[in-house]
Design a protein around this ligand. Structure first.
Ligand SMILES: NC(=O)c1ccc[n+]([C@@H]2O[C@H](COP(=O)([O-])OP(=O)(O)OC[C@H]3O[C@@H](n4cnc5c(N)ncnc54)[C@H](O)[C@@H]3O)[C@@H](O)[C@H]2O)c1
Ligand SMILES: [Zn+2]
Length: 360
């Protein structure tokens, strides 16, 4: 049995394990032990299925397994795809004991999770994330949902999984750009919560980019620990969970301005974190360290050709606008963040206009 790390998301009766290891798929990890009834529906997509579906099925010995392959891409993260999952459950005659298993990136996980939350008012759900972003971020914490033409993730539900199984081997086939996008969320976890972790990322970035199994395993585990602790404290985002949006107010503005699909989410968050550090009262040397770490992960560190006016406009539309003032997650230091709507307007303009330059 391969060695694995286990982290618990402490949510009382709904507590669940995150299992992280190298080579857990293929039959060596008994996922079936976490499946309450006899029936499962695996939801995956056309890209991931040929790579990992057989290996997942090998971990479900003794269960009746059906599979649904969705089309690949964020543009298919809409109600019709969630509906297709519900149709598959109805067609299979699924009952309350059926388990939905998501195999894929955040898009598959969000759609499958939303369908699991709604079928018969909620059936068991397991996440088997296969992108770095999904492994460190979207598979943990119970946010599920789909996009609407009126907004991203506008339709959704909280529905915690009962197991998150992370096989770091799956990252071997991930495109480089997707790996870097996932590293943006890894850096985010370090910068909001753990100075020591930030330092270890500065040291380990070359190994992470080379997909060194032990470096990846350690970073995924630390990131999941940080996210799990925040979710356990504030499941529904009434307070501390908002810290996980560090870099995202700026990042969403970039995504909204250039149109989704042009930049990957993690790339926009990379530039967004640099901008959030420019709005924070921290030493210039620390801003420089953050920028260098983001650049070393092969992520953009500024908004490129996106103009300040468009960014400003897009930020006003961000769903986090409360009583007309924006809310930002700012840094006290590298390793500590806080939520505030008390920021300097002039400095915000300066950050948006000068972008690539560190604000005074
Ligand atoms: N629920 C949450 O808390 C939460 C948090 C962050 C992001 N999200 C959502 O996650 C989504 C983004 O997730 P993502 O970055 O994983 O994108 P994704 O699911 O689109 O995956 C990226 C690409 O990689 C492919 N892929 C997946 N695993 C692979 C593998 N092992 N080898 C080769 N290719 C592979 C996918 O098919 C896809 O083409 C967004 O919709 C975002 O809104 C949700
Ligand atoms: Zn994000």
């Amino acid at each position: 049995m391969p060695v694995h790390t286990e982290i618990t998301v402490e949510l009382g009766e709904r507590r669940y394990p995150i299992i992280i290891g190298d080579g857990l798929l293929g039959g060596s990890y008994d996922i079936a032990a976490h499946v309450p009834g006899s029936d499962c529906l695996i939801v995956t997509n056309e890209t991931v299925a040929p790579l990992y579906l057989d290996k997942l099925e090998a971990c479900l010995a003794g269960k009746t397994v059906q599979t649904l392959k969705l089309r690949d891409g964020e543009e298919h993260k809409h109600l019709a795809s969630a509906s297709a999952v519900l149709d598959a459950l109805v067609d299979a005659g699924a009952n309350r004991d059926t388990t939905v298993i998501a195999l894929g990136g955040g898009v598959v996980g969000d759609i499958a999770g939303f369908a699991a939350a709604s079928y018969m008012r909620g059936v068991a759900f397991i996440q088997v994330p296969t992108t770095l972003l999904a492994q460190v971020d979207s598979s943990v914490g119970g946010k599920t949902g789909v996009n609407h033409p009126g907004g991203k993730n506008l339709i959704g539900a909280f529905h915690q999984p009962r197991l998150v199984l992370i096989d770091t081997d799956t990252l071997s086939t991930l495109p480089d750009r997707e790996l870097s996008a996932g590293l943006a969320e890894v850096i985010k976890h370090a910068v909001i919560a753990d100075t020591g972790y930030f330092e270890s990322l500065e040291r380990d970035m070359p190994a992470l980019l080379e997909r060194d199994a032990s470096a990846l395993g350690a970073a995924i585990a630390r990131s999941c620990e940080i996210k799990a602790a925040i979710v356990a404290e504030d499941e529904r985002e009434h307070g501390k969970r908002a810290l996980l949006n560090f870099g995202h107010t700026f990042g969403h503005a970039i995504e909204n301005t250039v149109g989704y699909g042009e930049w990957l989410h993690g790339e926009a968050v990379g530039a967004g974190m640099v901008m959030a550090s420019q709005l924070s009262d921290i030493p210039d040397a620390d801003r420089q360290r953050l920028r260098e770490l983001i650049a070393s992960a092969r992520l953009p560190t500024d908004a490129g050709s996106v103009d300040a006016g468009s960014l400003q406009q897009a930020m006003q539309l961000d769903k986090k606008v409360l009583a007309k003032r924006l809310r930002f997650i700012l840094l006290r230091s590298l390793g500590a963040a806080f939520v505030t709507d008390d920021y300097d307007e002039a400095r915000l303009r300066q950050v948006l206009e000068r972008r690539g330059v560190d604000a005074a």
